[in-house]
Design a protein around this ligand. Sequence first.
Ligand SMILES: NC(=O)c1ccc[n+]([C@@H]2O[C@H](COP(=O)([O-])OP(=O)(O)OC[C@H]3O[C@@H](n4cnc5c(N)ncnc54)[C@H](O)[C@@H]3O)[C@@H](O)[C@H]2O)c1
Length: 255
Amino acid sequence: VQGLDDTTVVVAGAATGIGAATAARLAAEGARVVVGDRNVAGAEHTAGVIREQGGEALAVGFDIGDEASVDALFTRAEEVYGAVDRVHANAAAFPPRKLGGDTDLLDIDLGVFDFTVQVNLRGHILVTRRALPNLIARQGAIVYTSSAAAFTASDSRPAYVIAKNGLHGLVRHVAARWGRDGVRANAIAPGFVLTELMKGVDSDGTLAQLALDKSCSPRVGRPEDIAGAVAFLMSDDAEWINGQVISVDGGMVLR
Ligand SMILES: NC(=O)c1ccc[n+]([C@@H]2O[C@H](COP(=O)([O-])OP(=O)(O)OC[C@H]3O[C@@H](n4cnc5c(N)ncnc54)[C@H](O)[C@@H]3O)[C@@H](O)[C@H]2O)c1
């Protein structure tokens, strides 16, 4: 993709899975990558792999649910690299859909609901508020990770699904308010992506098979599929794409 060389990108939630793959892809495109995550050891690992491959990366521990911590992440990025050109807001908490987790609207513990929204939606709002002055100054771009679950009816996971739908409103607000200043905001809605976490959750492959049955692809997703789409949306190739939620899901959601 074009235009990522010599830029600074913050990936918020990059210790494992999709965020780690995005960080690696952006570094391969020539970006300096700030690898932010609550999982500090994981962030160090992601940054270490990038450096081993000749890329530039800095690991920073942070909690997306905490405003002071989000501020510290960006302050560190600014101190080390001067300014931030692009952001991938990717972190999410996954309360289990059973066992007192993200069950259904009558059953869910409101503490679980509040925590999910705090991390998966409010945290992304905090990242956006802190990033915006940079993005306005640098004609930058932000890409959020939503989910195919945001488009489909589900009898469980209301907190997760409601928070992801909130991101769609956030994308449209940022594009509508700052698009004419050169800021772009878009989201990716992944389908079933076989991350390490998913391999653990779905050890017998039941969820993967369900996802395959619903999709228009011979395979489930790889973290690299999402990383490629994020890199594209951040790049100059996507200069005229703004305020969109793009499905990258093997054709699971057809619109
Ligand atoms: N894997 C899938 O099938 C799939 C499908 C649709 C959407 N998604 C979305 O993709 C994104 C990445 O998920 P993933 O599948 O790679 O899982 P993952 O658990 O590997 O990645 C999530 C990352 O966010 C970090 N994180 C969690 N809470 C945090 C906090 N409070 N502060 C900072 N970092 C925090 C985790 O440590 C982890 O590194 C999420 O937004 C998820 O909702 C994933």
